[in-house]
Design a protein around this ligand. Structure first.
Ligand SMILES: Cc1cc2nc3c(=O)[nH]c(=O)nc-3n(C[C@H](O)[C@H](O)[C@H](O)COP(=O)(O)OP(=O)(O)OC[C@H]3O[C@@H](n4cnc5c(N)ncnc54)[C@H](O)[C@@H]3O)c2cc1C
Length: 409
């Protein structure tokens, strides 16, 4: 549907990433239909894989999709951290309730297949937003797509990632570059591999890398380091990792990188929003809000960006669902600003703490040139601080209310 056509939706979600799809699933569970607009032609699984901690699995339980993934991926119970400089190896234990690394594609597909096929509209890039007052304090969000289409919606949720157009419209401060970048990829061993089901991490001055088996033949690996973006062809990125960034890493890591599935390799700057911008910023305005990276972009050092996007989805679904229940099964537009406000109140501090914890975790683990930062990492971090920060993943965002199906107002 292109051109001048105007339609009116209950909820429009911008972005079919983890936050957008999970929010659409949460809303479907409480009887609210959402239209998801995605700029790409299909689901994007950039980043290859991600690790989901207990909080993410609790959120996926609430969304009713965790079983689809737990049957394909084994839990990770422990890992090791090797200091490249000293050769010291430390053990890290993961929470027993379950930590699993999953293909991004599998997670996104598990969410998308819960939705009616016409609820995701691809090749639909949000260009601009307006808010039209309706009187009595209510307003309508007007969404303009790049192809000229205009869609009106009673609620608009920006799940459009780190460079969110919706966050910009709300006046949220731009995310900033942490000064670090990361390369991520899958590696494929056609004959199978003999590695244990463990994360093997390697730390060096200004560098941190790891690999983890996804199944009998595939690995997820990453390397985070100081510096700007690396550009170029996949082969060139792989070569730079092998010859420049990880040339002094153990052969076991280099072997995994040599088995890279080049179609999955990507390199990204690590961005975050200052936590005080999340605490004091406008995370909502009337019936318009943001979720996932659009709200709280964070560095990946606690593996919480995706998990917290799933939490956002459940919390938003709960507040909208409770409003529907209160109104006897009806989606009452006038009550949505309050539901969204309650969602923002519940998520603001959680988002800000995860951004802060992730930043600290990255800063210590990537141990710069200063002796005391290295001391903190090598002597204290994995023994004492990691457990405390990992406690942030022991979070239960709660459930969705049971809603009997209602009609629109
Ligand atoms: C190196 C690295 C490692 C990570 N590891 C982990 C991990 O182990 N565990 C974890 O939980 N998290 C991890 N994360 C974080 C996680 O990837 C993100 O937090 C998560 O993908 C955020 O999901 P999202 O849906 O908010 O945003 P995105 O995944 O960015 O999705 C946004 C979607 O919106 C679409 N979009 C953007 N703009 C528009 C527009 N104008 N119109 C229409 N559509 C638009 C995009 O095409 C995209 O599909 C990692 C991140 C990085 C960079």
């Amino acid at each position: 549907m292109k051109g001048e056509m105007e339609t009116m939706e209950d909820v429009v979600i911008v972005g079919a990433g983890i936050a957008g799809l999970a929010t659409a699933v949460a809303l479907k569970r409480v009887g609210v239909r959402a239209l998801v607009l995605e700029r790409s032609q299909r689901i994007r699984a950039t980043g290859a894989a991600l690790t989901l901690f207990p909080n993410a699995w609790l959120a996926l339980d609430a969304l009713g999709v965790s079983h689809k993934l737990t049957r394909s991926y084994d839990p990770l119970l422990k890992g090791s951290v090797t200091n490249i400089n000293t050769g010291d190896v430390q053990q890290v234990l993961f929470p027993e309730q379950g930590t699993r690394t999953v293909h991004r594609k599998a997670l996104l597909e598990a969410l998308a297949e819960e939705l009616p096929s016409d609820s995701i509209r691809f090749s639909s890039k949000l260009a601009a937003i307006e808010s039209q007052e309706q009187g009595g304090g209510a307003s309508i969000a007007v969404v303009h797509l790049e192809d000229g289409t205009t869609i009106k919606s009673k609620v608009l949720i920006g799940c459009d990632g780190v460079h969110s157009v919706v966050a910009r419209w709300l006046g949220l401060a731009k995310p900033i570059h942490s000064g670090r970048s990361a390369v991520r990829s899958l590696a494929f061993f056609p004959q199978g591999h003999r590695f244990k089901q463990e994360v093997q991490q390697f730390v060096d001055q200004d560098k941190r890398a790891a690999f983890v088996p996804l199944n009998d033949r595939e690995f997820f690996w990453f390397l985070a380091c100081k510096g700007e973006n690396m550009t170029g062809e996949p082969e060139q990125i792989q070569r730079e990792v092998l010859e420049k960034y990880a040339d002094n890493f153990p052969s076991i890591y280099l072997d995994v990188v040599r088995h890279t599935d080049l179609s999955t390799i990507t390199w990204a700057p690590l961005m975050f929003r200052h936590p005080w911008r999340i605490i004091f910023g406008n995370l909502n305005k009337g019936n318009i809000t943001v979720a996932g990276d659009a709200m709280h972009p964070m560095t990946p050092d606690l593996g919480q960006g995706g998990g917290s996007s799933l939490e956002d989805a459940v919390v938003l679904g709960r507040h909208i669902g409770n409003s529907v229940i209160k109104n006897g099964g009806l989606f009452v537009q006038g009550d949505m600003a309050k539901a969204i406000d309650d969602y923002v109140k519940e998520r603001r501090w959680r988002g800000a703490s995860l951004v802060t914890g992730s930043y600290l975790s990255g800063w210590i683990q990537q141990g710069g040139a200063k002796w005391w930062v290295r001391f903190l990492r090598d002597r204290l971090f994995y023994k004492y601080i990691f457990g405390f920060l990992a406690g942030l993943s022991q979070y239960n965002c709660g459930n969705l209310p049971a809603v009997s199906s209602g009609k629109e107002d």
